[in-house]
Ligand binder design. Structure first.
Ligand code: NDP
Ligand code: ZN
Length: 175
């Protein structure tokens, strides 16, 4: 087995352990790890990404934000490039939620092309999930607000991969 394949599988194992107790906010009790795996799979299949550091960062993109994982831990195990992409995809949770959401809109255009790819696939996955199985306690207004927010973030991420841009548009249409 090649070294990149080993690293990617190690990242999937690492993320599955970190997210082990977490579920998605849907009515199906979906394990959280389904989402980061889908983000990496979209990047490979739809965007044609074969840079394993981007795929690994996609698998790890929610570990620092949503688990006890530190960026130092990721840097030590998976290297500085992966850690920097994960950091770019991590919200500052010390900020109030509204500010974090506004910051995502404002910083999207300034991110590296690698982080833009991951964030685009992240939004596609979340919009698809919302369409397929929305959080049980989200009224329609909150769902529409969420979709509109993703539209504003994605507007500022566009241009790194046409296939992802188009997939976001078609996923939003059917959500
Ligand atoms: P949240 O940030 O609470 O939840 C959305 C995030 O949850 C996603 O970005 C995704 O993040 C994760 N997620 C987990 N499961 C799913 C799923 N099945 N489908 C989609 N995403 C999932 O949402 P918001 O606070 O943004 O709420 C949406 C809108 O509703 C906002 O515009 C807000 O203003 C409004 N609103 C918010 C309220 C609140 O209490 N926050 C109350 C009323 C309205 P990840 O990729 O990290 O997993
Ligand atoms: Zn995510």
């Amino acid at each position: 087995m090649s070294a990149p394949t080993n690293q990617l599988l190690a990242a999937i194992k690492f993320a599955s352990q970190k997210h082990v107790a977490q579920k998605r906010k849907d009515s199906r009790n979906t394990p959280y790890i389904n989402h980061p795996i889908e983000v990496a799979e979209l990047l490979s299949r739809v965007a044609g990404v074969d840079d394993v550091e981007i795929l690994i960062a996609a698998v790890l993109h929610d570990t620092v934000e949503d688990t006890e994982t530190t960026i130092e831990e990721i840097s030590e195990i998976f290297g500085g490039a992966v850690a920097s992409y994960v950091m770019e995809c991590t919200d500052d949770k010390t900020l109030p939620k509204a500010e974090r959401k506004q910051r995502q809109i404002e910083t999207a255009s300034k991110k590296s092309p690698q982080a833009k790819l991951i964030k685009l696939a992240d939004k596609i996955s979340n919009v698809k999930d919302l369409g397929e199985s929305s959080p049980a306690d989200w009224p329609i207004e909150r769902q529409l607000d969420y979709l509109e927010w993703t539209r504003q973030v994605v507007h500022n991420l566009r241009g790194v991969n046409d296939a992802l841009d188009q997939l976001y548009d078609s996923t939003l249409e059917t959500a």
